[in-house]
Design a protein around this ligand. Structure first.
Ligand SMILES: [Fe+2]
Ligand SMILES: [Fe+2]
Length: 464
């Protein structure tokens, strides 16, 4: 470790501390996160090339890095020291072979609020972080190479959890229809799992929110709104409790519709004045049900009551316009609007994710909170998940996951070959590698209707 001088060690800890702190407020693609991570990656890479491994951590409340001890810590060093002590981590070992993705993921895990060392280690295993080891006590043996994680953090797990959430909402609606007070436990359970996924990687759930099930629109819409609200909440830096709460409110926001006559809820085409007024009652009916359900905080009921009030409070219910509301109602309004615009209903064409963001930008400051729209658009990226694009290879592909390093070059699934032939199973393809090599560039956005492509089912298929 002699090769890392104290100045450099301090620089690395400071960058690390800043990245951990920033990750709670910005998505990884934001320059405030990306810049320090890139520099950190470079510095660690150089140091590891010389040393093979770097050991750092805390001892008696002080930060050490290799052989250096920081006795009078700067704010950044003190912040990171406290965070590591809170999480019960005494020692971190970085090994050569460390990748940027591992570093970024590790920073993200440390920025979360709830993990103890065991949970952190389990998450690191699942995320396949293989070149960073954490130890609880300085004299404790380091864990062996992490074992192969189960599929818990894979897309299969996310999809299964989405299904669980759908089942939970269906159960709530059935209970209401049968005149029972719905049980909240299944919804809370599903949201807890979804929140776990979203806090680790919000992009996983953005794909799920493209599932559109036209036969079960209300359930599907509720789950999607919950998922999108959680992703936005996580991107805004909400803690785990906040993300869970906004998720529960999102999932339940329209349950009041269960008490409105089906002919009105499912009516294709415009509602009459009287029908519209009846439909508007779903906010207050939903809030009333939530008040009766066990284990849901008052903020959930309030968010459901206010989800159609609009940012400028021109919405309904009129009698509830003057109350104080948490920002949750504005987050849910954004998720609600996005899902509604991107969903095909009998009387409307679906709008592409990108066009939907454009529509929402027109509502900034009036119907929707402008600041939140900006954050939402930033989170979705230039080519939001679910966007169909043409590449300069002439292939047509579906955007599958954002690329935090380059929003022009997401991970896609190629669905049509250069000759326009449909691939039997979409092929996953990164448009750019970290070393700068590029597979292809996006040249245009394609209308899925023209190509007769069902975006939701493709994006969540597991054939790749
Ligand atoms: Fe609603
Ligand atoms: Fe809704």
């Amino acid at each position: 470790m002699g090769e890392v001088d104290k100045q450099l060690a301090l620089r690395m800890i400071t960058l690390f501390s800043g990245a951990v702190k920033g990750m709670a407020f910005y998505p990884p693609s934001h320059p405030a996160i990306r810049q320090p991570l890139l520099e950190l990656d470079r510095l660690f890479g150089a140091a590891l090339a010389q040393n093979g491994h770097i050991t750092w951590g805390t001892v008696d409340g002080l930060m050490f890095f290799g052989e250096h001890l920081f006795i009078t810590p700067s704010t950044a060093v003190a912040d990171l020291t406290n965070r590591m002590m809170e999480k019960g981590i005494d020692r971190i070992v970085m090994e050569s072979g460390l990748t940027f993705d591992e570093l970024q993921e590790f920073v993200r895990l440390l920025s979360g609020t709830t993990d103890g060392p065991d949970e952190l280690r389990a998450r690191m295993e699942r995320q396949q972080i293989r070149h960073i080891l954490v130890a609880r006590r300085k004299d404790a043996p380091l864990p062996d190479q992490p074992e192969e994680g189960d599929d818990e953090m894979g897309e299969g797990y996310a999809l299964a959890t989405y299904g669980q959430a759908l089942g939970a909402i269906r159960g709530v609606c059935r209970d209401i229809e049968q005149g029972r007070i719905p049980s909240s436990a299944p919804v809370i359970g599903a949201v807890q799992r979804l929140a776990g996924i979203t806090l680790r990687d919000p992009s996983t759930l953005l794909g799920l929110a493209m599932i559109k099930d036209y036969d079960n629109y209300t359930f599907n819409h509720c789950v999607n709104v919950g998922v999108l609200a959680m992703s936005l909440g996580a991107a805004l830096g909400m803690d785990a409790d906040g993300v869970r709460e906004v998720g529960i409110a999102g999932q339940l926001h329209d349950i009041g519709k269960t008490m409105i006559p089906k002919e009105i809820v499912n009516k294709p085409g415009k509602l009459s004045g009287a029908e519209f007024r009846e439909m508007q009652r779903h906010s207050e009916l939903g809030a009333k049900i939530i008040r009766e359900m066990e284990g849901l905080g008052p903020r959930v009921g309030q968010a459901v009551l206010g989800h159609h009030l609009h940012y400028n409070r021109s919405g309904y219910p009129e009698w509830a316009r003057g109350f104080d509301y948490d920002r949750m109602i504005d987050i849910i309004a954004i998720a609600d609007t996005y899902d509604a615009i991107t969903t095909l209903r009998v009387y409307q064409h679906p709008v592409t994710p990108r066009a939907a963001l454009g529509v929402m930008q027109k509502l900034m400051g009036t119907i929707l909170d402008g600041d939140l729209v900006t954050r939402f658009v930033g989170m979705m990226g230039r080519y939001p998940v679910g966007t169909l694009v043409r590449l300069d290879t002439n292939e047509v592909a579906l955007v599958h996951r954002p690329n935090p390093l380059d929003e022009e070059a997401p991970v896609v699934r190629i669905v049509l070959t250069a000759d326009g032939a449909r691939l039997p199973a979409p092929r996953e393809q990164k448009l750019a590698e970290r070393d700068g090599t590029s597979y292809a560039r996006i040249v245009a956005v394609v209308d899925p209707l023209l190509k007769n492509i069902d975006v939701g089912s493709l994006i969540n298929s597991r054939h790749y």
